[in-house]
Design a protein around this ligand. Structure first.
Ligand code: PPE
Length: 308
């Protein structure tokens, strides 16, 4: 499992991995002027399938619109290019990273004179928070770094430069011996991990921070809400005070990369019994049954990659 594959889709053409290069003068390198997605393709019983392709492409275009970056392709073309790239690289399962950035024309903060460049990379990426994490759970810590305040950046968009905030959160967490950090919002309510949304099982319900808590509106988060409701749980999108983290029965992260990762302790305090809880385990089971194609895809989450 290495960070490479054979080809990268680069402005409409397949380029060998080692040749997909840019100039040091590109606007994105200086000012973080990029938008991206993280998507997974799973190996299912019926072949390789991309998970929630349309939702990811939609969010990519929304992020680009907010950053005033017109994408020189349609959503259908990008979706097709993603499928083509997975097929071209002959992956059974992989992580997919579409990245759109302002290239080189001139420097200066307003990048709108610079061309919009589009790449799609794929590689094989296993469990995000370590191979044991999905079963054993991870130790997390509340970050001293806050999530971006409303009206500063655009928390609900996947804009490259914003991930400096995520880097602060995750680097601090690792330096303190945690697998991941949990950022609070500007008002002190629970927001999310550096690259994951967070859920709690508390008082008989499943809770996750509301959009108002400066979260990214995660696509996995939405799938988990759908699955949990289908399984008869009450799910609340609400403002969560920090102290609830310490008294929840269960906690878990969700994300494309993280999938559903149990959290076994927060700030050194065991969450519930200090290991993966039963609700988390049931949600994982259901989620992976769908991504592996073993359970019927009732919500149309899988797009099969045409065989080449
Ligand atoms: N919050 C943030 C800040 C975030 O980056 C992600 C995805 C999520 C929540 C979950 O969103 P979704 O993937 O739609 O369920 N983070 C991506 C990038 C991770 C990385 O290290 O890079 C991902 O999971 O692909």
């Amino acid at each position: 499992m290495a960070f490479r594959s054979d080809f990268i889709w680069f402005n409409g053409e397949f380029v060998p991995w080692d040749e997909a290069k840019v100039h040091v003068g590109v606007h994105a390198l200086h000012y973080g002027t990029s938008v991206f997605e993280g998507i997974r393709a799973y190996k299912t019983v019926k072949g390789t399938a991309v998970f929630c392709l349309q939702q990811h492409v939609r969010r990519l275009f929304n992020s680009a619109k907010v950053l005033r970056m017109p994408i020189p392709y349609t959503e259908e073309q990008i979706a097709q290019a993603i499928l083509d790239t997975v097929a071209k690289n002959r992956h059974e399962a992989c992580y997919i990273r579409p990245l759109i950035f302002r290239g080189m024309e001139r420097l200066g903060v307003d990048g709108r004179a610079c061309p919009v460049e589009v790449v799609i990379m794929t590689w094989e990426w296993g469990a995000y928070l370590g191979p044991e994490a999905l079963e054993q759970g991870v130790d997390a810590g509340v970050s001293s770094w806050r999530r971006m305040a409303p009206g500063t950046l655009a928390a609900n968009c996947k804009i490259g430069g914003q991930y400096v905030n995520s880097q602060f959160v995750t680097m601090e967490a690792k330096d303190r011996g945690f697998a991941e950090g949990i950022a609070l919002d500007i008002n002190g309510y629970v927001s999310e991990g550096s690259g994951e949304n967070i859920f709690l099982v508390y008082n008989g319900t499943i809770q996750t921070p509301a959009l108002a808590a400066s979260i990214l509106e995660g696509i996995t988060r939405q799938c988990v809400i759908t699955l949990a409701r289908d399984m008869g749980y009450t799910v609340e999108e609400t403002m969560i005070p920090r102290e609830r983290l310490y008294v929840a029965d269960e906690a878990f992260f969700t994300g494309t990369a993280a999938e559903i990762t149990p959290i076994r302790s927060i700030d050194g305090i065991p969450v519930g019994a200090g290991r993966r809880g039963p609700v988390t385990a049931k949600l994982q089971e259901r989620f992976f049954a769908i991504t592996s194609g073993k359970e019927e895809d009732r919500w149309g989450w899988l797009t099969y990659v045409p065989k080449t």
